[in-house]
Design a protein around this ligand. Structure first.
Ligand SMILES: Nc1nc2c(ncn2[C@@H]2O[C@H](COP(=O)(O)OP(=O)(O)OP(=O)(O)O)[C@@H](O)[C@H]2O)c(=O)[nH]1
Ligand SMILES: [Mg+2]
Length: 264
């Protein structure tokens, strides 16, 4: 009986959507998570939702490029790159049953979803939300990546935090915030982590860095946002060195398995 219960828990599908600004490290992290979970004995599948990507750093199990050809959409409908991406995303949404079938065939423990670089096309258009809502999974969560090379000034930090909040609102998923590229920001990381946990430290940093108007705007955004809601628990990671991936997995595990770690 006990054994049977374990089996039942193991086959529950857990889906992780990897989101973040363009170039923040979504595909690299997808690859790292695939490596991590596989090493720990889990059955993992990766779904690439980016129709415009040319190459990625992992072997993809389910790939939307098998369903839509972004370049021919551009040519056939005389669309620019973004118009073609919008159309490609709508077409992908219409293929949700086929995509779901492919995932079901694999029957993984974890499905890691690499999302398109153009986050606004994915998160704000109805097709992106449709895919998030309609992929069948027992548990779903998302990771939002703060690009470490961008959030090195307090105003950039607040801007990206605002975006993270907006995406969270839009996708309506429990979200873990992580900061990438810690290997290149070095000592700045300490400041960023302080900004993320202390409103007064962040406001002081903004006041030193900006004129009155920007200060007033940034601090009123901040107070409205409620710092606890977006950046507490910002997890530092490097996709290059692998630093912090274990902490990220623990945070994922708390949401997805209610505290149960991946079995090794
Ligand atoms: N130094 C360093 N470079 C990184 C890290 N993560 C990603 N990169 C680099 O940043 C660039 C973009 O990484 P990707 O993983 O393609 O980012 P992405 O968010 O998938 O990009 P798009 O899908 O194009 O939006 C690549 O050159 C990566 O090698 C990191 O933690 N440290
Ligand atoms: Mg990518």
């Amino acid at each position: 009986m006990k054994y049977k219960q374990r089996e039942e828990i193991k086959t529950r599908l857990k889906t992780i959507f990897v989101t973040g600004t363009a170039g923040s490290g979504k595909s690299s992290l997808t690859s790292k998570l695939l490596e991590y979970y596989t090493r720990n004995g889990a059955n993992v599948a990766v779904l690439n939702l980016d129709p415009g990507v040319e190459s990625m750093p992992y072997n993809c199990d389910v790939d939307v490029r098998d369903y839509v050809d972004y370049v021919s959409i551009m040519q056939q409908y005389s669309l620019g790159p973004n118009g073609a991406l919008v159309m490609a995303n709508d077409l992908i949404a219409s293929k949700i049953d086929e995509i779901q079938n492919e995932v079901d065939q694999i029957n993984p423990d974890y499905l890691i979803v690499d999302t398109p670089g153009q986050i606004e096309l994915f998160a704000y258009r109805s097709s992106g939300r449709f895919i998030v809502d309609n992929l069948r999974s027992d548990e779903k969560t998302s990771i939002f990546l703060f690009d470490g090379s961008i959030v090195t000034t307090p105003v950039n930090f607040v801007s990206i935090a605002l975006l993270a909040t907006s995406i969270r609102l839009r996708l309506n998923l429990p979200t873990i915030n992580a900061i990438t590229k810690t290997d290149v920001i070095d000592t700045k990381l300490k400041d960023i982590l302080q900004w993320s946990t202390s409103l007064s430290t962040l406001e002081n940093a903004i006041s030193k860095d900006t004129d009155g108007e920007t200060y007033a705007l940034t601090t009123s955004i901040l107070r409205g946002l409620n710092l606890n809601g977006f950046a507490q628990g910002l997890i530092p990671i490097s996709n290059l060195t692998g630093e912090g991936i274990v902490n990220l997995e623990s945070a994922l595990s708390r949401i997805l398995n209610l505290g149960e770690e991946v079995e090794g």
